[in-house]
Design a protein around this ligand. Structure first.
Ligand SMILES: NC(=O)c1ccc[n+]([C@@H]2O[C@H](COP(=O)([O-])OP(=O)(O)OC[C@H]3O[C@@H](n4cnc5c(N)ncnc54)[C@H](O)[C@@H]3O)[C@@H](O)[C@H]2O)c1
Length: 374
């Protein structure tokens, strides 16, 4: 049994709550037993907290701070689904109390903060995972298997775009638009996902140059403290591949565009988040071939249902959260490793270092080397 305390009943906290419940319904022999114990929220969000707790069956809602809660007996795992500014202190406190920790991405607002978080948690000896969800998209897992098996040959290019319109309908700016509260904007919020995919499938980022833009304004017309709305970066990966990574949260025509392409000497793989059960593989002299990642032999193909005469059905974004939750629980309950399939806090730190280097390069208008601390 894994007793769970979760901070944050917002968008992603709700995703995690339903995912932990569903993770218990996997078909494999590696069964897991999560128990939603405590939901921690701010007092001003008490209605939301109670509604979410009731919906998913949390035993208790805590509204007067996390400090007295995290060390309690019966809590084995702390899930941090709070805003980026609330990632460091409670996660370190939970790890210091001997609780395993699962923290949303980006791991922290800056590389310095992410480094402190990784080092403190690692020193405590608990199991840690950062929620880079793309690692649990079966098509991207399959893409990684193909790349690592040499089916694309030597990798030449990694190319990605993450574009979505994040304007609030009422024009307000939430915490994620604030440099002080969130750290990077499009870089930290969206870019961090695709930077991690580059590292997961191809290789570590060694140097970058970049440009950023901010169009949004505060109600007083200034842009003070608003982080980047968009960025485009060119990078070099440690295997010599050239990476181009672009993200933006302001294009009105993009509800959710997530494209990733990998070119190798033997062929090109293309993935689109809107067709997340497919990979398009193009080899020299052949037209594009769509591979449906829905077979029982594909990653997570047999997780929910038997695959056989009933066919092989597609999966969705929510399912990937279940795979991620199951991975975290499996690490705790069965001693399975978090990496390399899941992202550890070291991965979270390394991505934060790339994000900071992109922002630095946008200022210096020059190539900047990414310097990783050990
Ligand atoms: N993996 C993904 O695809 C994905 C998608 C969206 C968001 N996220 C990440 O999830 C995190 C949360 O994002 P969100 O969209 O759910 O935000 P949100 O604003 O919807 O929810 C955050 C919640 O945390 C609560 N909170 C803030 N400070 C708190 C504190 N000190 N104690 C208790 N509760 C507190 C807020 O009241 C709010 O309800 C961010 O780090 C974000 O980057 C990840």
């Amino acid at each position: 049994m894994t007793g769970i305390a979760m901070l944050g009943a917002g968008f992603i906290g709700q995703m995690h709550a339903q995912s932990f419940l569903s993770a218990a319904m996997s078909r494999g022999s590696d069964r897991v037993n999560p128990e939603l114990d405590v939901l921690i929220e701010l007092p001003q969000n008490s209605d939301l907290a109670r509604e979410v707790a009731g919906r998913y069956g949390f035993r208790q809602v805590v509204l007067d701070g996390w400090a007295d809660t995290l060390a309690r007996d019966g809590i084995d795992l702390f899930v941090n689904a709070g805003p980026n500014s609330a990632h460091l202190a409670p996660t370190v406190a939970a790890a210091d109390a001997g609780k395993h920790v699962f923290c949303e991405k980006p791991l922290a607002r800056t590389a310095d903060e992410a480094y402190r978080l990784w080092k403190a948690v690692d020193a405590s000896g608990v199991t840690h995972m950062c929620a880079f969800l793309h690692r649990f998209v079966p098509a991207l897992r399959h893409a990684r298997n193909m790349v690592h098996a040499g089916e694309l040959g030597e990798i030449l290019h990694y190319r990605s775009q993450f574009l979505l319109d994040m304007h609030e309908p009422d024009g307000s700016l939430s915490w994620r638009f604030s440099r002080a509260d969130a750290g990077g904007g499009a870089t930290g919020d969206l870019g961090s996902h695709h930077i991690d995919v580059a590292r997961f499938i191809v290789g570590e980022v060694e140097e970058v140059c970049a440009s950023t833009r901010t169009w949004l304004k505060n109600p007083d017309g200034s842009a003070d403290n608003i982080n980047d709305d968009s960025f485009s970066a060119i990078g070099r990966l440690d295997n010599g591949a050239l990476a181009t990574i672009e993200a933006s949260r302001v294009p009105a025509g993009h509800a959710l565009t997530g494209r990733i392409e990998i070119d190798g000497t033997k062929g090109t793989l293309a993935f689109s988040m809107l067709r997340m059960n497919e990979l398009v593989f193009t080899e020299p002299g052949k037209g594009p071939r769509t591979i449906a990642i829905t077979l029982g032999t594909h990653p997570y193909g047999r997780f929910f249902l038997p695959v056989g005469i009933q066919g092989a059905h597609s999966i969705g974004w929510r399912d990937c959260f279940v795979f991620q939750a199951h991975h975290m629980l499996q690490a705790i309950e069965h001693g399975a490793p978090v990496g390399p399939d899941g992202a550890t806090f070291e991965d979270g730190y390394r991505v934060a270092e790339v994000v900071d280097t992109i922002l630095r390069a946008a200022e210096s208008r020059a190539f900047e080397k990414v310097t990783y601390r050990s």
